[in-house]
Design a protein around this ligand. Structure first.
Ligand SMILES: C[S@@+](CC[C@H](N)C(=O)[O-])C[C@H]1O[C@@H](n2cnc3c(N)ncnc32)[C@H](O)[C@@H]1O
Length: 264
């Protein structure tokens, strides 16, 4: 084999410096990314222009819900947005309420940036301390607490991919939202809450029927058909003072059924 002399190496290096350096990055699409791309292709709610305006596509679900149930009506001033991040629901609320007088408090377990004109606290809604902070927020220096007109909950646990566990995790979040509604939503107030299909859904529906004069289960078009999510909308909270205890609401299906008949 011929050996390469030092002078040949030097001239090779000089030559290489004159050649433009080109490289190509090859990204291999993982199968889950491929699946995701197939899923969002042709999804009208993933439209780039509209998606850029709202903080997330969750906005379109609330827009549809409001179109049908008129949550942002003239009596809607004090609003709590549970599971607020990244903030598209608060954004829709601000847009829909326009120049009306309103206060929106977003709550999320994760750190987030409040939407303009809104407030935010970081907290876990399943903790009593978060409910106390919410009440304190709506209480003035004279100790007068403004009741809530609307509770929105789009809370969702981190999906495990196992429908039953996701359903149970989400039921816990729904129950926490119901406790807030029981204690802090005014009589006549409204609620919208994300739920997850599963064995406990009937119980959740029964509890909603105790709390509200009218309740609806609704699947917006903008919610992917293969997703197990749906929304419960409670309209007109009943005046339950002195009639029902919070503990009564968390009985089993038969007990809640009896309770429901007694409050009619
Ligand atoms: C689907 S995202 C909400 C999207 C939001 N509605 C929007 O329009 O941008 C669900 C949110 O629920 C929050 N979350 C989950 N568990 C929670 C808990 N225990 N307390 C408060 N927020 C929670 C998550 O951090 C997440 O930001």
């Amino acid at each position: 084999m011929n050996s390469v002399s030092p002078s040949q190496i030097t001239s090779l290096m000089v030559f290489l410096k004159t050649v433009p350096f080109r490289y190509t990055i090859v990204r291999h699409k993982s199968s889950s990314l491929k699946k995701h791309l197939q899923k969002v292709k042709g999804d009208p709610f993933n439209d780039k222009k509209r998606g850029e305006f709202y903080r997330s596509r969750a906005a379109f679900k609330l827009l549809e819900i409001d179109e049908k149930f008129h949550l942002f009506n003239k009596n809607c001033h004090n609003i709590v947005d549970l599971g607020f991040a990244p903030g598209a629901w608060s954004q829709v609320a601000v847009e829909r309420l326009g120049d009306k007088n309103f206060t929106i408090l977003g709550i999320d377990i994760n750190q987030a940036t409040p939407y303009k004109g809104c407030h935010y606290i970081q907290g876990d809604v399943t903790k009593t301390s978060t409910h106390t902070k919410t009440k304190d927020f709506f209480t003035d220096e004279d100790g007068l607490t403004q009741p809530l007109d609307l509770i929105m909950s789009d809370m969702m646990v981190n999906c495990t991919g196992h429908d039953h566990y996701d359903h149970i995790g989400n039921m816990e979040l729904c129950n926490a939202a119901l406790i807030l509604a029981f204690n802090q939503l005014r009589a006549g107030g409204n609620m919208v809450m994300k739920a997850w299909q599963g064995s406990e859904l009937k119980l959740l529906e029964a509890r909603m029927k105790v709390l509200f004069l009218k309740q609806h289960a609704f699947k917006p078009h903008s919610s992917r058909s293969e997703s197990s999510e749906l929304y419960f909308i409670g309209l007109g909270k009943r005046d339950l003072q002195h009639k029902v205890l919070l503990s009564d609401l968390f009985g089993d299906l038969e007990e809640v059924g009896k309770l429901q008949r007694s409050v009619r």
